[in-house]
Design a protein around this ligand. Structure first.
Ligand SMILES: Nc1ncnc2c1ncn2[C@@H]1O[C@H](COP(=O)(O)OP(=O)(O)OP(=O)(O)O)[C@@H](O)[C@H]1O
Ligand SMILES: [Mg+2]
Length: 217
């Protein structure tokens, strides 16, 4: 399965999700390739931290690619891995478009508080533009940095569910210190100690939904 963690907005949790998925998939004994297609190289930094911590073995293979090479290399490598997870930058880039020509799934995190209609429509347009090149591409939105209270999550979910272009995955990752601390230490939240059971449950729910979505492909 080839999953792109993308969108057009910075700082919404794309790298957090890509790295957590890579960790969970590798812990499930799958052969995982994490592609860093963001020139900021945050996924690469994550893997470096992780390699140091685990004696040189992060548990998955990691490469950094830019532009059209993202497509070319994925086409070469896709049969060699169970899962390819691609982290993209916070803009509409050539690298992300190249990834979307070969991906099965585009996963787009949205923060309930900063969800704006303009951004969402731009993501819808991006997907519509990529569909002729990759008719099998399926895109899903989900909520990251969900609030612990108030009505913003529900309002954002209601808005996201209206889209004809993106499906909605009803998995909410809360705004939790464990997510931020774990990723800053090169760990998936499932590995981080002390365990944050709620965070683990949330990320496992997202993972389960993704597996369900991909198994009916
Ligand atoms: N659910 C969450 N709870 C707490 N902190 C979070 C959560 N999601 C993301 N963050 C924090 O927010 C910051 C931005 O997240 P991240 O780097 O994953 O976003 P991004 O979309 O990859 O950003 P960029 O567009 O710069 O690549 C990071 O410091 C991350 O740890
Ligand atoms: Mg990032």
């Amino acid at each position: 399965m080839i999953i792109v963690s993308g969108g057009i907005k910075g700082g919404v949790g794309k790298t957090l999700v890509a790295t957590n998925l890579a960790v969970m998939s590798s812990l499930a004994d799958r052969d995982v390739l994490l592609i860093d297609a963001d020139d900021q190289e945050s996924a690469t930094d994550f893997t470096a931290l992780r390699s140091e911590r685990f004696g040189g073995d992060p548990g998955y293979t990691s490469i950094k690619l830019t532009g059209k090479a993202v497509r070319d290399q994925v086409l070469r490598l896709k049969d060699k891995y169970d899962d390819i997870i691609i982290d993209t930058g916070g803009r509409d880039t050539v690298s992300q478009r190249a990834a979307l020509t070969v991906a099965d799934i585009l996963l787009v995190p949205f923060a309930p508080r900063s969800l704006d209609v303009w951004t969402f429509e731009h993501v819808e347009h991006l997907i519509e533009e990529m569909t002729p090149a990759n008719p099998g591409l399926r895109a899903f939105a989900f909520i990251n940095r969900a609030d612990h209270q108030g009505s913003d999550n529900d309002e954002a979910a209601a808005f996201l569910q209206e889209s004809d272009v993106l499906g909605f995955i009803p998995a909410y990752l809360g705004n939790r210190k464990a997510f931020a601390t774990a990723v800053a230490e090169g760990l998936g939240v499932v590995e981080y100690k002390p365990k944050d059971k709620k965070a683990i449950h949330e990320v496992e729910t997202l993972f389960r939904h993704l597996n369900e979505v991909t198994s009916v492909a």
